[in-house]
Design a protein around this ligand. Structure first.
Ligand code: SF4
Length: 396
């Protein structure tokens, strides 16, 4: 199974419990970004375009554990930046696993082989390796030759040492369904535990703005891939209903609060993909965010989004409401031939707001303000006499 049976049971129990308790909003996955610094510069990434002062920030072990205590989600995904660049990452992972949280450490795997000794295999822990397709597709996506080869070597090594390993495959415009299907065959043959896949979100700060998929193209691409996957034993770490959504069979609205994100800036509003403001606490994020202002149909920046950050939680909640529906899709796979479900109208969406410069400015000022002030140097000329207490302090 892509997800261990105990994990599926515990998460299912958690979701049903939230429904029975009548909680309107609850987190399914806590997203942690303890740093933005990365050792790659991918064309489709909108996460690392920050000045050095911000890229040098790290969340401490305690801040990561506190974020977990605040949100108390059953699953935690650690992203970035590249999490393996964080010197305290082994302690962060150990602390979270010790609380019986299911931890996915997202990595480009360039440092994975070197760092494997710092981690211990556990049913609560999985490396989630970024692989956007076969060698040519992936190396083009990450703008560096040889990365696929190194990532695959690290995956094989991690699997040989007993770690759970899944892959995270982001697809862009121009992806060839046949090549993607062959790639899924290839990673299954490598022995990975599961595949997580989604279309790339059109980050406003990504260097390449030309290869993001719109909704219609996304749905057609995933239909074509899933059609080629009929009868194959591809294992996905995502809900079957989320895959059904990608294939154009569900009219889902976004549930951004299902995967709240804590970064070095604080709790990000409204989701992992959009940074439209920050809250100091998880409770403030939940209570003071105007959630209705986000999602496809509500906001221009959400128009083409079909990413798991917003829609996987919707799919999981739908599974609780319609268990027979998820069973059917789990048994037979996503529908690939019938007409697609109606699309959400964009007629009343509000226009995009651009806040990046203002936020970066505020964060840099914040960092500068927190730097310890340097004590001014006090010099005495020979002829001058300093007061007795200053003299002793200066020579101590
Ligand atoms: S649709 Fe939802 S997940 Fe996607 S960018 Fe908008 S708020 Fe975020």
């Amino acid at each position: 199974m892509a997800v261990p049976i105990m994990q599926a049971v515990r998460v299912g129990h958690y979701v049903v419990k939230q429904h029975l308790l009548g909680r309107k909003r609850y987190p399914l996955v806590l997203m942690l970004e303890p740093l933005f610094r990365c050792n790659l510069a991918c064309a489709g990434c909108g996460k690392i375009d920050y000045p050095a002062q911000i890229l040098n920030q790290r969340m401490s072990v305690q801040e990561c554990l506190d974020a977990d205590a605040e949100a108390d989600a059953p699953v935690i995904a650690i992203a970035g930046g590249e999490p393996l660049l964080h010197k305290e990452m082994p302690q962060i992972v150990k602390g979270l696993i010790g609380r019986k949280k299911y931890v996915y450490l997202c990595t480009n795997a360039l440092l994975l082989e070197k760092k494997l000794d710092d981690y211990t295999p556990s049913p609560f822990f999985s490396f989630d390796v970024h692989l956007d397709g076969d060698a040519n597709m992936h190396d083009a996506s990450v703008c560096q030759d040889g990365v696929y080869e190194r990532a695959v070597a690290a995956i094989r090594n991690a699997k040989a040492r007993g770690f759970r390993v899944s892959i995270n495959c982001t697809l862009f415009d121009g992806a060839d369904p046949k090549r993607v299907a062959s790639f899924f065959d290839e990673v299954m043959a490598m022995g990975v535990d599961g595949i997580m896949t989604a279309p790339g979100y059109a980050y406003e700060r990504a260097p390449d703005q030309e290869h993001f998929l719109n909704r219609q193209k996304t749905k057609q691409l995933f239909r074509d891939i899933f059609r080629l996957g009929k009868g194959k034993k591809w294992r996905f770490t995502q809900s079957p209903l989320f895959l059904n959504f990608l294939a154009g069979n569900e009219t889902y609205h976004c549930t951004p609060w299902g995967k709240p994100l804590r970064t070095v800036f604080g709790w990000q509003r409204p989701c992992y993909l959009l940074g439209e403001g920050y809250a100091k606490t998880y409770q403030e994020l939940m209570d003071d965010t105007a959630w209705e202002k986000y999602g496809t149909g509500a906001y221009e920046k959400c128009a083409d989004c079909m990413v798991h950050s917003g829609y996987e939680s919707t799919a999981v909640m739908d599974a609780v409401r319609r268990p027979w529906h998820i069973m059917k899709v789990a048994l037979f796979g996503p529908e690939t031939e019938k007409p697609m479900a109606p699309e959400i109208s964009l007629k009343n969406q509000r226009p995009a707001e651009y806040r990046y410069e203002e936020q970066v400015h505020a964060q840099v000022q914040n960092i500068e303000a927190q730097k310890p002030a340097r004590a001014p140097r006090v010099r005495f000329h020979r002829a001058e006499t300093a007061p007795a207490e200053e003299k002793s302090a200066a020579t101590a």
